[in-house]
Design a protein around this ligand. Structure first.
Ligand SMILES: [Zn+2]
Length: 263
């Protein structure tokens, strides 16, 4: 790969969770190992908007964009200290309507992920230098909503974040990764200038800025595995194959169920 491409990572909870959603939680010590391995391999670790800005200015630096979805409280207590120790920047995507609550869209597994951050927690995260991005209001797949619901999900979450944080909120993460032409257009028109999905491959700057793909590190990725994953090399961890992303598939299944209930 050339260094004008951008690998981006999609983390969720910084904790340890059992059951079918275990891949959505990476324990703090594993996160620290993964970040250290990436730094050791010569990557600068930055938030997504910062990475895109640097690429646009012609930077040829080796970078990895580090992102965390949803806004679990463990991001503040475990994620921020791990990032600080690694000298890493990051983007945290807040599910605005769930701040101070729980991750209800995870169904019976929501409580395993602990509480979501409060607005005060989010202030603290922003003050630590982490970019705050928008992850919609209620974390519903956006491509099945009516036009009015879609605007409410994207616009009101964006405006509430900007009013609270008193800074521009430039990045958006599609809940469950789902997007469409209409969804991308509404996200762009509401004041965001980039957005990210799932994708599992590196981003090429000439591609759509409103569908930046991300890799999902799991608790089974050693630091070396993660470097291999983003560089397209063989991932050696045997356990990795065994678990081949069941957590993400489960969340999408839950989302589809929720989508049917809504329409
Ligand atoms: Zn999410």
């Amino acid at each position: 790969m050339t260094w004008s491409t951008l690998p981006a990572l999609m983390y969720h909870s910084v904790s340890s969770v059992g059951g079918p959603l275990r891949d959505l939680a990476v324990p703090p010590e594993r996160l620290a190992e993964q970040l250290a391995a990436l730094s050791g391999a010569g990557y600068r670790l930055v938030g997504l908007t910062e990475a895109l800005d640097l690429l646009e200015r012609g930077s040829a630096e080796k970078m990895v964009a580090v992102t965390f979805d949803d806004g679990y409280r463990d991001f503040l207590t475990q994620g921020v200290p791990a990032l600080r120790k690694a000298g890493a920047g990051a983007t945290l995507y807040a599910s605005v309507g769930h701040l101070g609550g729980r991750a209800g869209w995870l169904g019976e597994w929501a409580d395993d992920f602990g509480p979501m951050m409060t607005w005060e927690d989010l202030d603290e995260v922003a003050a630590s230098g982490v970019e705050i991005g928008n992850h919609s209001l209620i974390h519903h797949p956006l491509d099945v909503l009516t036009a009015a619901q879609l605007r409410e999900e994207v616009v009101s979450s964006h405006d509430r974040l900007e009013q609270r944080l008193q800074r521009k909120v430039r990045s958006f993460a599609y809940p469950h990764g789902y997007n469409s032409d209409l969804v991308r257009r509404v996200v762009e028109q509401s004041g965001h200038d980039n957005a990210t999905e799932v994708g599992r491959r590196v981003h090429t700057p000439s591609e759509r800025r409103f569908a930046v793909p991300r890799f999902q590190p799991t608790p089974d990725h050693t630091g070396a595995d993660l470097v291999a994953l983003i560089e397209g090399g063989p991932v050696l961890s045997a356990q990795l194959k065994q678990y081949a992303q069941p957590g993400w598939r489960m969340v999408r299944k839950l989302a589809r169920k929720a989508g049917r209930n809504l329409t």
